[in-house]
Design a protein around this ligand. Structure first.
Ligand SMILES: C[S@@+](CC[C@H](N)C(=O)[O-])C[C@H]1O[C@@H](n2cnc3c(N)ncnc32)[C@H](O)[C@@H]1O
Length: 293
């Protein structure tokens, strides 16, 4: 679909990329894929201990394999539909993502679904998993996220710990189900803070460990039993999840996510439950207007 907001590469480079980092990238013939010269994880060399970086590379390779071979449980169509419904409800309530948007660890750019996509606005997915971008989404996902895939995208290969964008470039930033895959979440939040415009919005959606604190009602013994009686396949899902090798580098709580945001400089931090079943929450915050650009 033709869309006036389709970015011309030169315009994208001059508007968004830090001139000192522009040389790190080669642009594909599609004009909308910026491929790192060298390896994306070279950028992580300055962060964390060597064994953590090794673990990151291993976890990332397993994640990509699970996605490309389609063994990742989140790609099962009923899980795709459930995740869609949770996010659809969130954006119906808070309104769409607007302006120039940066989706860190954004995968296929599914959140274009809930973006204003006005002429002149750009949606950037920044993610080290370029093999997933190259392979493209599955047909069922194209169907569920039809609006997202009809909208333009710039894909930039790279990790969230070091973003190649100018200070104060984006109106909105988001990170969905990806912070737990990063090597250094604090560093990722600081980078997101830097590249947001003053007054910009940051939305972090993540699984948490202490969902019972956010909504104790959902976790009473009686409610748990009721859920299993209603849907006995939940037991199979639970056992499978316990046996499944953990593909995450970190686990968060509602408190730890809020603290990360505050330490990075964000204010007006609020938390909403997204989906109690998958224990996901949305933490929304703002970069203050008086923060340096
Ligand atoms: C579970 S997927 C979520 C994808 C997407 N946000 C979505 O909701 O469809 C996790 C993503 O995090 C990305 N990732 C892993 N390490 C990262 C890092 N250090 N910085 C940014 N993204 C990272 C992976 O490549 C992967 O695409």
């Amino acid at each position: 679909m033709e869309n006036q907001s389709e970015p011309a590469t030169q315009d994208f480079v001059s508007r968004f990329l830090d001139p000192a980092r522009a040389g790190d990238y080669a642009v594909d013939a599609d004009g909308a894929t910026l491929r790192k010269r060298g390896r994306a994880d070279d950028d992580l060399a300055r962060y964390g201990a060597a064994e953590d970086r090794e673990q990151w590379a291993e976890v990332q390779a397993e994640l990509m394999e699970g996605i490309l071979e389609r063994t990742d449980a989140m790609l099962e169509i009923e899980n795709v539909r459930k995740a869609f419904a949770g996010h659809d409800a969130l954006f119906a309530w808070r309104g769409p993502l607007s302006g120039d948007v940066l989706d860190v660890g954004g995968g296929w750019g599914l959140f274009r679904q809930w973006w204003t996509a006005r002429p002149g606005e750009t949606f950037v997915v920044h993610d080290p998993g370029i093999e997933r971008h190259d392979a493209g989404p599955y047909p069922e996902q194209r169907e569920v996220y039809a609006r997202a895939f009809a909208r333009p995208l710039v894909f930039v290969e790279g990790v969230g710990e070091t973003l190649p964008y100018r200070d104060g470039s984006f109106d909105t930033a988001l990170i969905n189900a990806s912070l737990d895959h990063t090597l250094d979440p604090q560093r990722v939040f600081r980078e997101i803070f830097r590249v947001l415009k003053p007054g910009g919005t940051f939305l972090c959606m993540e699984h948490i460990e202490d969902a019972q604190k956010v909504n104790p009602e959902h976790y009473t013994v009686r409610r748990r039993i009721e859920r299993v009686v209603k849907d006995p396949s939940r037991v199979v899902g639970f056992v499978r999840a316990k046996m499944h090798h953990d593909h995450h580098m970190h686990h968060f709580t509602s408190g730890s996510l809020g603290r990360l945001a505050r330490e990075a400089g964000f204010r007006q931090i609020s938390t909403e439950v997204l989906d109690m079943e998958h224990r996901t929450i949305a933490v929304e915050s703002k970069k203050p207007f008086d923060a340096p650009a």
